[in-house]
Design a protein. Structure first.
Length: 255
């Protein structure tokens, strides 16, 4: 069931989204050669504490997971697409890092993700990340009253495929509100004019995921969470929580 949020609820979701934005900004600023993923997780965790917010990621265990998620950020490096578990791994020059983070405040959830490079960037990584951001922007631009979920999916997929990148099938965006994952699902590829109609009060986490090698193939790592590209190519992930309003899409996790 798709829940429509009131304007007041959307404002409250914005407050949760601002905690997310602050944390992602702080993590990106701290990410440098020699910094560990666990250190980045602690930075985000402290921002949650300071805001009096909770983590929808920590101890989250969906049906596909064999163990609960043990951290407040997903930290995916190089050929990891999403759901990377923070470890003691220390960032190296040229790493491509994707950080996914959520916050729960006042009973509402915000969810967002960024990708960036550490140290000296590779030109191919810069292009991959820029394309992920363009795909996200295209998806958000299509998130207007009167459109359908398929219009968002088509906008994202067109940007990704035109650039020659792969899209991991079976993973994409989702509704969001009182819980991190709500109806409807928001695929990263689809046919325009199809799917659930967009209405004022819907809230969606729109999140393109791109595989640099151009294939769609991935596998689950032994940790039971991390998804990695089969061809070893790098991946990028971008995400915002967005409210559908009569005035146009409102980004709730703006940084």
């Amino acid at each position: 069931m798709v829940e429509l949020k009131t304007d007041t609820s959307i404002d409250e979701m914005y407050e949760a989204g601002q905690v997310v934005g602050r944390a992602l900004t702080a993590v990106r600023e701290a990410a440098d050669v020699g910094v560990s993923l666990l250190e980045l997780d602690e930075i985000a965790h402290q921002i949650l504490r300071d805001a009096g917010a909770g983590s929808p990621f920590l101890d989250y265990r969906p049906s596909f997971a064999t163990t609960p998620f043990p951290a407040v950020i997903c930290a995916s490096v190089n050929n990891a697409i999403v759901h990377g578990i923070p470890t003691g791994y220390r960032l190296r020059d040229g790493d491509l890092v994707s950080i996914d983070f959520g916050a729960e405040l006042g009973g509402w959830v915000g969810d967002s993700a960024i990708s960036f490079t550490v140290g000296t960037p590779r030109a191919a990584d810069v292009r991959l990340i820029e394309t992920a951001e363009r795909a996200l922007a295209a998806g958000i631009a299509a998130a207007v009253v009167g459109n359908r979920i398929g219009d968002i999916a088509h906008a994202i997929g067109t940007v990704c495929r035109t650039a020659g990148y792969g899209i991991p099938q079976g993973f994409g965006g989702h509704g969001i509100g009182r819980r991190m994952h709500e109806d409807p699902s928001v695929p990263n590829e689809g046919r325009p004019g199809r799917g659930f109609p967009l209405r004022h009060g819907m809230a969606l986490a729109i999140e393109p995921m791109l595989i640099g090698g151009g294939t769609d193939d991935y596998h689950e790592a032994p940790d039971g969470w991390t998804l990695r590209t089969n061809d070893g190519s790098r991946a990028a992930h971008a995400e915002h929580t967005v409210a559908i309003t009569d005035a146009g899409p409102r980004i709730l996790t703006a940084r």
